[in-house]
Every structure is written in structure tokens, then in C-alpha cells.
Design a binder for this molecule. Structure first.
Ligand code: SAM
Length: 234
């Protein structure tokens, strides 16, 4: 006789669920530590362990990628734009006429609480960043309502750089499955909050476990103790 008839009838599953939830988090933490251990000393840029990690160091990773991509036709596709600091950086550094820069955001902030940030954090009052460049476009709304349709009409011939910067597990996992049919060899994925192990890291791990080893996520580099991480698809 299995245990579940007893647990469901007595409602004992309720305290057990509460008790066991932290174990999930500990498992994901250890999974992340394994990732650190595997990639330690690897990559074109890797500052682990950096006692002076600071968010502005994320530019080092983007600049390293841009040093190779500034003169190539690219698609820079960003999920989570906020005030547009990164899409501005990519579009102003890459001046190739054929490049495209596409940003998705609600422009109303996070749909859920993430770490210490409340729901609605990053709210831009529905306004797009002001970027005077015809190659740049934005799609406003929840990814769950917008991404599928917008990607159907987008030209993926250029090498694509995906910047996954939505912070949340739910948003990141949703986006990964939406971009999956569009992924090509040598496309690059950048995660902005990868060490948030119950969010972006967990989303990538689950995604990888579902795609039947279709892609190898080759580590390119990381800054801020794996806060920002880039991979190339092989
Ligand atoms: C950390 S901010 C982006 C920062 C920006 N990439 C930068 O480099 O400055 C995260 C953004 O993700 C957006 N976001 C998260 N989940 C979303 C979802 N499901 N749909 C639409 N926007 C979402 C939030 O509105 C927020 O502006």
C-alpha cells in the first residue's frame, strides 16, 4: 500500500509540505555550487571569487561580448528592459545597419516579488526608454501575452544575443521555452541574475532538463561571482 492514501486522508501532507519546502531550496543552492565548481577558472572572463563584486561590473561581461560583436549584424533581444540601460549600451556600441534590438517588458515592473524587491519594482509607468534609433523596438506587456506573437514576426537570420534579465523564475522559464524554436548554433544567452539560484539558475536547469540535450550551453564567462553569466550554444 503506498503512503499517499494515508497522507491525503489525514491531511498530514500539509505540515510535511511546509517542513520539506526549504529542502528544495537547499538542493538548488548545492546545484548552483556544483555549477561554480565545474566552471571555476574557466571562461574568457571569470572573476570568481571577487570580494569587490558590484553590480556595475556587469558591464565588463557585456563589453567583452561587444568587443567581438560590435561590428557584426546581430539581433539583441532583451527580456526585461526597465529603463533600458543595456539595450542602449548594445545599440549604441553596435552600429551595423542590419542589426536589430528588441526589448520586451511590461514597463510596469515585476509581476511578483523577487528576492528583496517588491512586486512592481522597476515600474516605468508604462513608458519605453527614449532611444532614437530605428533599429530598436519594444514590445509592451506581460511576456505571457506578447512574446509568442512578436517572435513569429521577427527575422532570426542574424546571430542572436538573448539577454534574460527578468529576474524571476516564472518569467525566465516562460521565455526560455518561447525562444527555444528560434535558437541557433552560436547564439548567446546572457543571464543578469544567474546566482539567484531559485530563479534564473533554476529556470535554466529545468529548461535544459526538458530539451533532450539539444543544446550544449558552453560557458563564455561570468562576473560578480556568477551573478552575470554568458553562454554560447553549441
Ligand atoms: C532587472 S529589470 C531589467 C533591467 C534591464 N535589463 C537593465 O539592464 O537595466 C527586470 C524587468 O523585467 C520585467 N519583467 C519581469 N517579468 C516580466 C514579465 N513576465 N512580463 C513582462 N515584464 C517582466 C520587469 O518589468 C522589469 O522591468
Amino acid at each position: 500500500m503506498p503512503l499517499h492514501p494515508f497522507l491525503s486522508r489525514t491531511k498530514l501532507y500539509k505540515p510535511l509540505k511546509k517542513l520539506l519546502k526549504p529542502i528544495n531550496n537547499v538542493y538548488r543552492y548545492v546545484d548552483f555550487v556544483e555549477f561554480i565548481s565545474i566552471n571555476n577558472g574557466k571562461g574568457k572572463l571569470n572573476d570568481y571569487y571577487n570580494k569587490k563584486a558590484t553590480y556595475k561590473n556587469r558591464m565588463q561581461l557585456h563589453e567583452m561580448l561587444l568587443s567581438e560583436l560590435h561590428d557584426k549584424p546581430i539581433n539583441y533581444i532583451e527580456f526585461g528592459v526597465a529603463a533600458g540601460e543595456m539595450i542602449k549600451k548594445w545599440s549604441s556600441t553596435n552600429s551595423i545597419k542590419e542589426s536589430r534590438f528588441l526589448g520586451f517588458d511590461s514597463f510596469e515592473g515585476l509581476p511578483e516579488r523577487w528576492e528583496e524587491k517588491q512586486q512592481g519594482h522597476f515600474n516605468q509607468q508604462g513608458e519605453f526608454p527614449d532611444i532614437k534609433d530605428d533599429r530598436v523596438s519594444f514590445v509592451k506587456g506581460w511576456f505571457q501575452d506578447t512574446v509568442y506573437g512578436a517572435l513569429q514576426n521577427f527575422d532570426f537570420d542574424n546571430r542572436s544575443i538573448y539577454h534574460l534579465d527578468a529576474d524571476l523564475f516564472s518569467s525566465t522559464l516562460y521565455v526560455l521555452f518561447q525562444i527555444e524554436p528560434k535558437l541557433k548554433k552560436n547564439d548567446i544567452l546572457i543571464f543578469d541574475e544567474f546566482s539567484s539560484f531559485n530563479h534564473e539558475f533554476k529556470a535554466l536547469e529545468i529548461f535544459k532538463s526538458c530539451i533532450n540535450s539539444k543544446w550544449n550551453f558552453e560557458f563564455i564567462g561570468a562576473v560578480n561571482n556568477y551573478r552575470q553569466v554568458a553562454f554560447v550554444l553549441k
